[in-house]
Design a binder for this molecule. Structure first.
Ligand code: ADQ
Length: 408
């Protein structure tokens, strides 16, 4: 039997997440809670670990305290056999400066690659919701024999300007890569769809080292993986695409196989939660053949009293719904909803308190928000703006951490 290839995984977790404000006010984007008990980073780490990747460095930067703590508490592994999942804060090894871009983050962490001497380097983003068997992508990378493989998924052309858009031939070799083009090209067999990069890459180690070293010396580069490194591989004829729809994850159906969401904006974050609570969700959190793991919550089961009820919702441990009603919503641990209150199409993060006769609709309430008796959120747009809440383009009201919302 051939020896298994040696792989180092690098998770890019240093983005600021400005478009998720105020949820990213005090935490890095990959530490933003998602799906009740999880954080965004749990999805990529579950995919890597389930696929057998056991040397994983998570490059962190801004506001990384909550992220570092989560990774250390949840993902720490036995160091037997050289296994680890470790947060690597920005080291400023090359001078007193933050990372300039995602490529600079890896360049400044080159010592990890030099120490580990892997055959291949897996570089994945930290803030997308999906399941992927990374080993299948690695096999495709090895079989293709090129320096770089980019995972991609079909998205509606109208949304493709947010992504790197790929034009590849039948042999999977990438002919053109356009990072966030204003007018994304459609696919020959489907003009209203484009092939979008998922921001997940696999590199042959020497090819990556060469590309990063050339990029670091460039004065015009923004030192960005999608903006500079991938286009350089494509220009050199050394990049191939990996079609995510060919990835078969244990226990998944054809439908959830095709599920991938970039939850970088408030609207996308809210929509992805609505996907979770749909009656027959495309993305199935309950597929225990490919578990999404997180820090286990040490709290009693959710309790419903005084005719409190929840329909089409995810209610985490420690919650008490005492006479209130919840519909199409996701509740993180330790939330309270009291008598005659209504929560609809909303995401409540941990320890939110909702008093009596309150209404919360189309809203995201960050940790520790307290909603007074009779207060309304997401009902009157002007009243929400007047109270300083953020309202997304799609009309979702976001209330920041710890805010006390009075009856207006
Ligand atoms: P974006 O998501 O816009 O596009 P970026 O903001 O660089 O790219 O984020 C990618 C990942 O890198 C995220 O996980 C982020 O947290 C992290 N990151 C960003 N800057 C970093 C830094 N300085 N240090 C460490 N980590 C950093 C990318 C690709 C597109 C692709 C989309 C898919 O550029 O081509 O389509 O991802 O979501």
């Amino acid at each position: 039997m051939a020896a298994r290839a040696k792989v180092l995984s690098i998770v890019l977790a240093g983005g600021e997440g400005k478009r998720l404000m105020p949820l990213t006010m005090d935490r890095a984007k990959p530490a933003v809670p998602f799906g009740g008990t999880y954080r965004l980073i749990d999805y990529v780490l579950s995919n890597l670990v389930n696929a057998g990747m056991r040397q994983i460095a998570v490059l962190t930067q801004y506001k990384s305290h909550s992220l570092d703590r989560h990774i250390s508490l949840t993902w720490r592994m036995s160091t037997l056999l050289g296994n680890y999942v470790t947060p690597v804060p920005a080291q400023q090894r090359l001078g007193p400066r933050w990372y300039q871009g995602s490529a600079d983050a890896i360049f400044q962490s080159m010592n990890l690659i030099n120490d580990e001497r892997p055959d291949y380097v897996v570089v994945f983003g930290a803030d997308n919701i999906y399941r992927m068997d990374v080993e299948q992508m690695l096999d495709a990378h090895i079989a293709g024999g090129l320096g770089c493989t980019v995972a991609a998924i079909r998205v509606p052309r109208s949304q493709a300007s947010d992504f790197g858009v790929i034009d590849a031939g039948a042999d999977a070799k990438i002919d053109q890569f356009l990072e966030k083009p204003a007018d994304p090209p459609g696919l020959p067999d489907d003009p209203e769809s484009s092939f979008a990069s998922m921001g997940n890459y696999i590199f042959s180690t020497q090819a990556l080292i060469d590309a990063l070293t050339t990029d670091a010396a460039s004065e015009t580069s923004r030192h960005d993986m999608g903006g500079d490194i991938i286009p350089a591989f494509v220009a050199g004829g050394d990049a191939q695409v990996y079609d995510f729809s060919s990835n078969e994850v244990a226990g998944s159906t054809d439908r959830d196989r095709a599920y991938w969401r970039d939850v970088g904006t408030i609207d996308a974050y809210h929509e992805a939660h609505m996907d979770l609570v749909s009656v027959d969700p495309v993305f199935n959190l309950y597929n225990m053949d490919w578990p999404i793991s997180t820090y286990p919550v040490q709290m009693p089961g959710a309790k419903f009293t005084l005719r409190g009820l929840a329909l089409d919702s995810v209610v985490s441990p420690g919650c008490i719904i005492s006479g209130g009603s919840i519909e199409s919503s996701v509740l993180s641990p330790n939330v309270r909803v009291l008598e005659s209150s209504k929560v609809d199409r909303s995401v409540l993060l941990s320890s939110v308190r909702i008093g009596k006769k309150a209404v919360v609709r189309n809203a995201i309430l960050d940790k520790n928000v307290v909603v007074a008796d009779g207060a309304k959120i997401g009902v009157d747009r002007q009243a929400d703006l007047d109270r300083g809440f953020t309202i997304s383009d799609g009309g979702i009201t976001v209330v920041g951490k710890g805010v006390k919302v009075e009856k207006s």
